[in-house]
Design a protein around this ligand. Structure first.
Ligand code: SF4
Ligand code: SF4
Length: 58
């Protein structure tokens, strides 16, 4: 399992960046959230935080 951002849904609000305990989420050049699968520990916090449900665990 790893958290995945749906680029079609992400609004670039950056709320998930702040909530991630291991700093696995960064913003790309298009100002969309990107999750580093090697750093993500599958905690699911960003899934709960995202206001537009753009993050899922896959
Ligand atoms: S699931 Fe947890 S560790 Fe992984 S990106 Fe989201 S907040 Fe960070
Ligand atoms: S919380 Fe959701 S909408 Fe906001 S930057 Fe993260 S993935 Fe995108």
């Amino acid at each position: 399992m790893v958290a995945i951002v749906d680029a079609e849904e992400c609004t670039g609000c950056e709320l998930c960046v702040d909530v991630c305990p291991v700093e696995a989420i960064s913003m790309n050049d298009d100002e969309l959230a990107v999750i580093d699968a090697d750093t993500c520990n599958d905690c699911g916090d960003c899934v709960d935080e995202c206001p537009v449900e753009a993050i899922s665990m896959e």
